[in-house]
Ligand binder design. Structure first.
Ligand SMILES: Nc1nc2c(c(=O)[nH]1)N[C@H]1C(S)=C(S)[C@@H](COP(=O)(O)O)O[C@H]1N2
Ligand SMILES: [Mo]
Length: 332
């Protein structure tokens, strides 16, 4: 299936005919040449375009072409929540800060370098992220180690498709990921307190079998559109059976390596955040229970519903065999 259309931060010369057309219509509308109903005649309007037509602040994200997911029984988190309640310490450690402080984050041009064994490597440009693989939607639960959770329709591709391009051998035991380091653009990287005391760049890692698992994706979009900066534009990892901090954002480097890599939260507090970080209601965080979570929904008190946390975040049937014989209290 062919991919994507328009992207972030496009100059006028780069945008597709459709968006130029929509821009022109906006102008025509402002001039009073078009009625509102005529503008709604096309069924392909997605919300950013609708916002454009309404003359509201323009959302830089754009519609993507992708295979739609089957609905799941969990209620989707409202999009406005998913893009305004974030953890992205590079843009501040309070939930509301990433959306506010990442507005001018430039994601184009982008370079994602992927290295394998024997200096084997590939580099993906911004366009490659959307063009190299067919995009598919995945509706996943996201469980933060802080005991809140959401249900988010991501758009992306399985990480194993990218790894397979580097033809890994048995020497590859782990995969290391790194977020962009750019203090000029990321205020939390130049201000120790804003950035939550993290030693940047943010790094993460997976065992190779976890990285190759079909549930593990690189996401380039959510809710039908490319990722907004606060959710990790232009490309982030999503590993649905692990605590959210494993799902590293705005990735510039992926390396196939023989040894277990360092991971940011483990470096900060080894006793609180392990390398594995599989969602596990049996293993409490030293400072709070992991038995329950606050699902961010449209109902409940304060739009939160208290629910039981499931082993592997409800993906045990798919992933439990990866950890056969391991003591999950030790390998937390
Ligand atoms: N680079 C980077 N990636 C990150 C984080 C971060 O602070 N920096 N926070 C993590 C945490 S704790 C969570 S819960 C998820 C949140 O993803 P969301 O904001 O898209 O819901 O991103 C993860 N990825
Ligand atoms: Mo998190």
């Amino acid at each position: 299936m062919a991919i994507k259309v328009i992207k972030h931060n496009c100059k006028d010369s780069e945008v597709t005919d459709e968006s130029v057309f929509l821009n022109r219509r906006t102008i025509l509308k402002q001039l009073g040449f078009l009625g509102g109903t005529a503008l709604l005649a096309s069924s392909s309007f997605s919300s950013p375009k609708a916002d454009l037509l309404m003359g509201k602040e323009i959302d830089p994200s754009v519609s993507l072409n992708f295979t739609k997911a089957e609905p799941i029984s969990d209620e989707l988190t409202q999009e406005k929540k998913a893009v305004s309640h974030n953890n992205f310490y590079e843009f501040g450690s309070q939930k509301h800060q990433p959306a506010e402080l990442s507005k001018n984050f430039r994601v184009k041009p982008w370079s994602l370098k992927v290295t394998g064994e024997n200096k084997n490597s590939i580099e993906l440009s911004y366009d490659d992220l959307f063009d190299m693989f067919d995009l598919e939607e995945r509706i996943y639960r996201l469980r933060c180690v802080e005991a809140w959770s959401m249900v988010i329709p991501w758009i992306g591709f399985p990480l194993n498709k990218l790894i397979n391009k580097l033809a890994p051998t048995s020497n590859t035991k782990y995969v290391r990921f790194q977020t962009l380091y750019n203090p000029e653009q990321m205020p939390g990287q130049r201000n120790y307190f804003l950035g939550g005391g993290i030693n940047y760049p943010y790094v993460e890692g997976l065992r190779i079998d976890e990285a190759m698992h079909p549930l593990t994706i690189l996401a380039v979009g959510l809710y039908g559109k490319s990722l907004p900066p606060q959710n990790g534009a232009p490309v982030r990892l999503v590993v649905p059976w692990k605590y959210g901090f494993k799902s590293i954002k705005s990735i510039v480097g992926i390396d196939l390596i023989p040894k277990k890599p360092n991971t940011t939260w483990n470096l900060l507090a080894d006793n609180e955040y392990g390398f594995y970080a599989n969602v596990n209601p049996e293993v409490d965080h030293p400072r709070w229970s992991q038995g329950y979570e606050r699902r961010i929904t449209s109902g409940g008190i304060f739009n939160q519903t208290r629910i039981k946390t499931l082993p592997f975040n409800g993906y045990a049937d798919e992933v439990a065999q990866l950890y056969k014989g391991m003591d999950l209290r030790k390998y937390y």
